[in-house]
Ligand binder design. Structure first.
Ligand code: ADP
Ligand code: ZN
Ligand code: ZN
Length: 760
């Protein structure tokens, strides 16, 4: 209730009310509240969670003479440190998102809710089960051994809850093993305990490799770089970038500074974690969306604790890990920096982990190492300096050669037009067939990229030619085969890759009522089938989103492939990323055309990156590799650049095109995406929003394009419209605060502001 002589004032961010402003509350002395605490307060008669962002001795002038409520309870003290808060403010500003929204998105899911339920010091106990390194006891039952192996593959420890709920081990089994001394059960802290580099596990740590001259040079430059400096480690695939990260990390850790290593996808995390744990012990912290909420909270707490004790940590994760609350950060590594998965599309803030990492490095004085074999145009541009506004704020470190001087694999094109002329109408060309046939003799392996998963890309009606669409989205349904819950093996059914709608094949054409359909385009399933019938005895594994579900899905399949259980891995784009398998000597692309012709600003860049990354999977071992590309467009510029392997020349050409068009990075785009239950309601809301922002946008010299229906105008039953803003220079967006725009919309219509969209 209103106080007369409060001991001080607190500025609090609240989810409620206008975004982008703080609320003033009185600071009850007894609670000892400070900046960074999560607190409970009341606003307009309702309880809310808030974050204390500032304290003041004097009452803010605006609040003079008005009644001020007190903070009621501390939910979590020191939830956020000041440098972290500054980062959030910068991200919120750059992404044009509200502060509390940004805070919520940065914290682990459930953190705010959990803090509300469990006040500081009384948190629900989370039990962690870990391997007992000192035990002489051995497992006496296969299930016991399974649990030990499971823990070992998770760095030696997991939450009890996850062992039971996710991995399916019984509590009684765990209890028995604990009593026998095989396992240790610990309360209240995360699985990661040992000091970095402590090597408390049963296996000794692996020593660093002897650096090649190029690696040594890169490491020296990183070590000497001033705090906050960004560097681009441009190393062809297999050039030893990861080794550079690890040695740079070791240096920082030895100096008592923390290190954060990011990878774009969950599928790349196991491999990276393994390498980090082999080098630094089990204490490496893991953080990504494949983990349960409770596990993420534990990892987050672990970072806070380590920061409190000024202990250096190494954390490995996907894009959300860029927000981990690590203090005294010395190094941030973003591997595969060109990867679009670093971008958050929704919900807001639509941040790019690379840009957040840049901000974070500057604010905390950490060095930022961006690594890639195929750098993004944006990052490469930042390495250029000179006139014409080139930024030159990122230092380029080249690793031009593969380790052991292994050559990059040559690219062979198969002109599919010629295959047709010669009367060969198959999916798999004769040269690829011949190459695959030879695999078994030599004990080599191949990866085959198919742009789409499923069996067929789409169905069209034989009578009227209409494509069969999803009833909820404006996209074609994909034909899948078998493996449907309750379905029969080999039976075909339809599925939407946008909303996951599923339906039977047999329905009538929605236009003419015909029941005869013709399938087009081949997905991974059909390619598997064709390979199996045409090349008898060839062993295949399918690697796409349907076969790699679950936390360990990628790892399991890759381990089977690495162990030689198959000759060919047939998969989608995820094939191209990061795997290091020495027996793979052939990388093939079945229908490059499906990748080439997309109407997007970054289509060429992303396609060439994908193909070069795929090429990088071949010939990493002793035996030389080869890349085989089937295409109907052998003269396409992307294919030409792929063949001559001069990615730098491509970037220079592409940058010139962008300059002429005034496009990113020379201009800036911002996309406002609206979605609502009806097409007309959403269109009206979009038009009203356009009129509302037009004066500010045009007043700033920006252009407003639209409103227009989104490229896919309906998804999961929601109509989508968009407004595009385009401006020159990198000035701030000429838009009112997010909260104001949102409030101007009719109920049911949602808004996402994407200030630097990857897909236009
Ligand atoms: P990248 O990350 O650039 O693809 P990696 O770091 O994975 O490359 O290195 C490719 C392979 O070369 C790995 O098997 C790695 O262990 C090995 N390697 C890396 N650096 C060295 C080195 N200095 N000496 C010997 N082998 C190395
Ligand atoms: Zn029809
Ligand atoms: Zn759909």
């Amino acid at each position: 209730m209103p106080r007369t002589a409060p001991p001080g004032w607190l500025e609090v961010w609240l989810e409620a009310g206008r975004e982008g402003r703080t609320f003033t509350y009185a600071n009850p002395k007894a609670l000892g509240i400070g900046v960074g605490d999560l607190v409970r307060v009341h606003l307009q008669g309702r309880p809310h969670t808030g974050l204390v962002v500032a304290t003041a001795m004097a009452c803010p002038a605006a609040m003079e003479g008005r009644p001020i409520l007190s903070v009621e309870a501390v939910l979590q003290s020191a939830a956020v440190d000041p440098h972290w808060q500054a980062l959030l403010e910068a991200v919120a500003r750059d992404c044009h998102a509200g502060l509390f929204r940004t805070l919520k998105s940065a914290l682990p899911p459930g953190w705010l809710g959990q803090a509300r339920r469990a006040p500081a010091g009384q948190g629900r106990v989370l039990w962690t089960v870990r391997l007992n390194p000192d035990t002489g006891v051995v497992a006496t039952h296969p299930r016991q051994q399974e649990l030990l192996d499971h823990l070992a593959s998770h760095g030696g420890a997991r939450l009890l809850r996850d062992l039971v709920q996710e991995a399916g081990f019984g509590r009684s089994l765990i209890g028995t093993m604990e009593r026998r001394g095989l396992l240790l059960k610990e309360a209240g802290r995360g699985p990661l305990k040992a000091g970095v580099g402590g090597g408390d596990g049963p296996t000794p740590l692996e020593p660093p490799q002897r650096a090649s001259p190029a690696q040594a040079e890169a490491m020296a430059v990183i070590a000497d770089a001033p705090p906050g400096q960004a560097l681009l480690l441009w190393g062809v695939t297999g050039s030893g970038k990861t080794e550079v990260y690890l040695q740079a990390a070791a240096r920082e850790l030895a100096a008592g500074r923390s290190v954060l290593i990011l990878a774009p996808e969950i599928g790349l995390i196991p491999q990276l974690l393994d390498r980090c744990r082999r080098r630094f012990g089990a204490a490496v912290i893991e953080y990504h969306s494949g983990m349960g909420d409770a596990e993420r909270v534990v990892a987050w707490r672990r970072c806070l604790e380590a920061t409190g004790q000024r202990e250096a940590c190494l954390a490995v994760g996907t894009r959300s890990a860029v927000f981990l609350p690590l203090g005294h950060l010395g190094l941030i590594v973003l591997d595969e920096e060109h990867d679009a998965s670093y971008k958050q599309e929704s919900p807001m803030p639509c941040y790019h982990a690379r840009e957040v990492a840049r901000l974070r490095a500057r604010l905390s004085g950490a060095r930022l190492v961006l690594g890639s074999a195929t750098p993004s145009l944006e990052t490469w541009w930042r390495c250029q300096s000179g006139p014409q506004g080139l930024p030159g704020d990122t230092r380029l470190l080249p690793l031009p050669e593969r380790i052991g001087q292994r050559p990059l694999p040559p690219v062979r094109l198969v002109d599919m037009r010629q295959e047709l002329v010669d009367g060969h109408r198959r999916l798999i060309s004769r040269p690829l067939m011949a190459r695959l046939e030879r695999l078994k003799e030599t004990g080599e392996q191949a990866v085959v990229l198919v742009p789409r998963r499923g069996y067929r890309s789409f169905l069209s009606c034989r009578s009227c030619g209409e494509v069969v669409l999803c009833p909820h989205c404006d996209v074609a349904l994909t034909v899948h085969r078998g493996a449907r819950a309750g379905g029969q093996e080999g039976r075909e059914w339809l599925r939407c890759h946008w909303c996951d709608h599923r339906q039977e094949m047999g329905d009538r054409c929605g236009h003419c009522g015909s029941t005869a359909f013709k399938p087009f385009g081949a997905g991974t399933q059909r390619v598997m089938e064709q390979l199996a019938t045409e090349l008898e005895g060839l062993r295949l594994i399918r690697f796409d989103r349907d076969t790699t579900r679950g936390r360990d899905g990628h790892r399991r399949l890759l381990e089977r492939f690495a162990a030689g259980e198959a000759d060919v891995l047939v998969g989608t784009q995820m094939l191209a990323k990061g795997m290091d398998l020495p027996a793979v000597t052939l990388a093939a692309v079945l229908a490059a055309d499906g990748l080439l012709h997309r109407p997007d600003l970054r289509a060429s860049e992303q396609c060439l990156q994908l193909l070069l990354q795929l090429a990088g999977r071949a010939g990493r071992g002793e035996r030389p590799g080869e890349v085989l590309v089937q295409t109907y467009s052998p003269d396409h510029p992307v294919i030409r650049h792929l063949v001559d392997g001069r990615y730098g020349a491509f970037l220079a050409e592409e940058l010139e095109l962008r300059r002429q068009g005034g496009m990113v990075p020379f201009g800036r785009a911002c996309l406002l995406r609206l979605a609502g239950p009806t097409a007309s309601g959403t269109a009206t809301a979009a038009a009203a929003l356009a009129e509302r922002i037009r004066p500010a946008v045009e007043g700033a010299g920006w252009v407003l394009i639209g409103p227009a229906p989104a490229p896919v105008a309906r998804v999961a039953g929601r109509s989508r419209w968009q407004l595009l803003l385009h401006g020159t220079g990198l000035a701030t967006l000429p838009l009112p605060p997010e909260g104001d725009l949102r409030r101007a919309l009719p109920p049911g219509v949602s808004l996402t502001i994407d200030p630097d969209p990857l897909d236009l």
